[in-house]
Design a protein around this ligand. Structure first.
Ligand code: FES
Length: 141
């Protein structure tokens, strides 16, 4: 097109370098057509005080994209709350049910199992431990 400036290679590269990482990860809600795995924690995440999750309770940590539950015997389980359908972060916990805002998938927060499609794969389980009274979830294998 005449008169329209053509961006230099440097301009294109600079723009790409400044693109927010979130726009490339969990914030994207369209079905992944590149087959990439959804975003999940890449380093241990300190979630909160151990006492925040009582026996039989479930707590969502939306900033860490993690849900933690404690069984009656005191053991902790943690799952990534990045939806396995298309990678949306799940920010809604109804009792023990996680509800994805993008297409309505539902998951059991205590087991990660799918309760309602379109997701077909369970949530990714994350190793979880208590360090100095704090709950810490780590990236999965
Ligand atoms: Fe589609 Fe969660 S991203 S249901």
């Amino acid at each position: 097109m005449p008169g329209r400036p053509v961006p230099s290679r440097r301009t294109v590269l600079r723009t790409a370098a400044l693109t927010p990482v979130a726009a490339l990860g969990a914030a994207a809600c369209s079905p992944g057509d590149d087959g990439a795995a959804p975003a999940r924690p890449t380093a241990p995440v300190e979630l909160g005080a151990e006492g925040e999750v009582a026996k039989g309770a479930t707590k969502l940590y939306p900033d860490g994209n993690v849900v933690v539950s404690r069984a009656e015997d005191g053991t902790l389980k943690a799952f990534s709350t990045v939806c396995t359908h298309a990678g949306c972060p799940i920010k809604k916990l109804e009792g023990t049910k996680l509800v994805c805002p993008c297409h309505g998938s539902e998951f059991d927060a205590r087991t990660g199992e799918v309760l309602h499609a379109p997701a077909t794969a369970p949530l990714i389980e994350l190793p979880v431990r208590v360090e100095q009274g704090r709950i810490v979830a780590s990236p999965g294998a």
